[in-house]
Ligand binder design. Structure first.
Ligand code: CP
Length: 327
């Protein structure tokens, strides 16, 4: 995929605010926490409606997705928007067109919002800068951010711990796994800290860098230490596709499971007051055992993995509404 582009003329189609700047969602860290609170509050109460009737929402996914893509399409349809899907395999990016030109083409056709997933960090932000009249929503870019995943996770935590005011103080969230490569971790660290939770990151030193402490989180290199005092244990998969040597990201899957996996035994030790989360896709038997993932360990931690998926639709409805009907 060619990312770079010569400066593109500003958008001139009629679908955005005339001569104005559309509202985007590129990341959590760059946004005021009050905007994020507002989206989660809206997600709690949002119902299907016709609020986006006549609006065009395009999904442009340059990387595979099951949950994010499907839930954005459902969210847009629940609000009566018209949806367009430009899959990786069918766009002219494969013929050498830049992503800016692809997005510019959609904009010229009157698309109001484009939902972008990209392998490279920064692509949604780049599109937003070049096409200020069309809303750009980041559906996960490289190792940068996955804001709508974190917003859905915050909704899930708020409901699980009855924190309707979105004040997470006193809650401790352990994020375990391939943190350095994880856009989900990056967005969650910013949002959870912003809402008042304390966050501890854990994994092997090859996947979890001590420099993450500069983001205001604790870093430990032991799963058992991370579990200590945690109310939420958020497991992440190892993103093998982002490492040149494939499975070389870890020395041995068996050893990784023993040291950092949420095994049934660890689930039992956590107990049913603790909740387990995972953004998916899960690698069962590696970072999480099947029964632990499904919340089927007797006396073990409760699994909210399916709830996260369900909440993803409501959250993305709220994000579309926030971007396309501001105020
Ligand atoms: N959590 C998440 O982004 O999943 P998908 O890759 O299936 O969209």
């Amino acid at each position: 995929m060619t990312v770079g582009a010569a400066p593109h003329p500003a958008r001139t189609s009629a679908s955005g605010p005339p001569g104005g700047t559309a509202r985007n969602l590129i990341g959590i860290a760059s946004e005021p926490i009050e905007r994020m609170r507002g989206i989660v509050r809206e997600a709690r109460r949002i119902e299907p409606s016709q609020v986006l009737q006549g609006r065009l929402v395009a999904s442009v996914f340059f990387e595979d997705s099951t949950r994010t893509k499907t839930s954005f399409v459902l969210a847009a349809r629940n609000l009566s928007a018209t949806t367009i899907d430009l899959s990786t395999g069918s766009s002219s990016v494969n013929k050498g067109e830049t992503v800016i030109d692809t997005a510019g083409t959609l904009s010229a056709m009157g698309v109001d919002a484009v939902i972008v997933r990209a392998k490279q960090s920064g692509v949604p932000g780049l599109i937003a800068r070049h096409l200020p009249g069309m809303s750009v929503i980041n559906a996960g870019d490289g190792r940068h951010e996955h804001p709508t995943q974190a917003l859905g996770d915050a909704l899930t935590i708020a409901e699980a711990f009855d924190r309707q005011d979105l004040d997470f103080s006193g809650l401790r969230v352990a994020i375990v796994g391939d943190i350095n490569a994880s856009r989900v971790a990056r967005s969650n660290m910013a949002l959870l800290r912003g809402l008042g939770a304390s966050v501890v990151c854990a994994g092997p030193p090859t996947l979890v860098s001590g420099s993450l402490r500069s983001l205001g989180v604790d870093v430990v290199w032991s799963m058992d230490q991370a579990m200590d005092g945690a109310n939420v244990v958020m497991m992440l998969r190892i993103q093998f596709e982002r490492y040149a040597a494939g499975r070389g990201a870890i020395s041995s899957p068996r050893e990784y499971r023993q040291m950092f996996g949420l095994t049934d035994e660890r689930s039992r030790r956590l107990g049913s007051d603790v909740v387990v989360m995972h953004p998916g896709p899960t690698n069962r038997g590696l970072e999480i055992d099947p029964a632990a993932a499904d919340g089927l360990v007797p006396g073990g931690a409760r699994s909210l993995i399916r709830t996260q998926v369900a909440n993803g639709v409501r959250t993305r409805m709220a994000v579309l509404r926030d971007c396309l009907t501001p105020g």
